[in-house]
Every structure is written in C-alpha cells, then in structure tokens.
Design a protein around this ligand. Sequence first.
Ligand code: 5GP
Length: 195
Amino acid sequence: MANNTPKIVIFSAPSGAGKTTIVRHLLKNFEQFGFSISACTRSKRPHEIDGKDYYFISLEEFQQKIKENAFVEWEEVYNGSFYGTLKTEVKRLLDLGKIVLFDVDVKGGIALKKYFDKDALSIFVAPPSLEVLENRLRNRKSDSEESIQKRLEKCKYEMTFSPQFDVILENNILDETLETVEKMLIKAPQPPKGE
Ligand code: 5GP
C-alpha cells in the first residue's frame, strides 16, 4: 500500500472511536493530504470556522443542492441535521494534487467507497470494545446518561457495517494506531537512484 497510496482515503467510525484525531494528525503532519470539508445544516459550534470545519448552510440550501445533484453522498446523520460531500469539494482538492481525506459517518463511508471504488481506501476505525467506548464517552463529560446509552446502541449497530470497509483499524493505543496509519498511507522513502 505504501508505494501505491490511494487518491481518496475515507475514515468512518462509531462516535468516540477516535477517527477525527487520526484525520487531524495526518492533516497536521503531512501536506499531501487535504480535508474534504462537508456541507452541513447543524449550527456552528463556537470553536468551528465556516469553510474550514464545514460549509454551514441552511436546510433550504442543502435541499436545493440535493435537487441539483451536487452531492457525492449525503445523510441525515442526526435527526434534522444533514451532512454531505459536495462534488465541487472533491474536485477542488484533487485539482490541488491532494490526497482527499474524509471524516464521515459509517453509511457515508460506504457510499463514498462505492462511488470512488478502486481510487479509494476505506478505513473503519473501531473502538477496542464497547466498555472502552463507554469510558471514553464518560470521560468527555459532555454527554448525558441518555445520550451515552444512545451512542452505545448506535455503535453496536454501526459495528455491523465494518466488514464492508477495506480496512478495520482497532484504535486501542492511539500512538500505535497513528503509526499503523502512517505505514499504510505515507509513501516509504525511495532509495536513491542507481541503488
Ligand atoms: P459532528 O456534527 O459531530 O461534526 O459530526 C457528526 C457526524 O457526521 C460525524 O460522524 C461525522 O464524521 C459525520 N459527517 C461529517 N461530514 C459528513 C458527510 O459529508 N457525510 C456523512 N455521511 N457524514 C458526515
């Protein structure tokens, strides 16, 4: 894989498995990657930047773009909150010569893999166990008990889709996971010519 890096790399995972940390690590340390900025209809969180984290658009605008067939894929990820990958966004990154990195939900990941087929590598980031995921969600201290239970149920459901991905990456110890990802995706240094 290292010498044959795909043009499209898709990371999907149940919430809390650590996919966003992995994607951020790659973007921070390797300039060959470009992040596919999704369009979404949920409201912007205080630390987020429009046009960097997401293209925050209205539901009307989102529906208009569905009609125009502007999305590679889109999902209602949470009740009433729509997320989607714009065709123009993928083109923008490919035109810049970037390897396109996706951070999308599990169904979105499967749809993107179908669309890009052999040009894409799809990676399912799995938590080592439901217990570990539960601890992670609790340690975030941002979720209510009800929301933790809902996320765990959703995780069980999403885990059933993992065999549809090219790679299942268990995120147990983060540093080791990052090393595995780098080995998979970063071109190994070429020997000097003539050797
Ligand atoms: P959040 O609202 O926490 O930023 O993201 C919620 C979920 O939506 C995450 O699992 C994220 O990966 C997913 N997501 C973000 N963009 C897209 C997209 O374009 N398509 C799909 N299907 N899911 C997305």
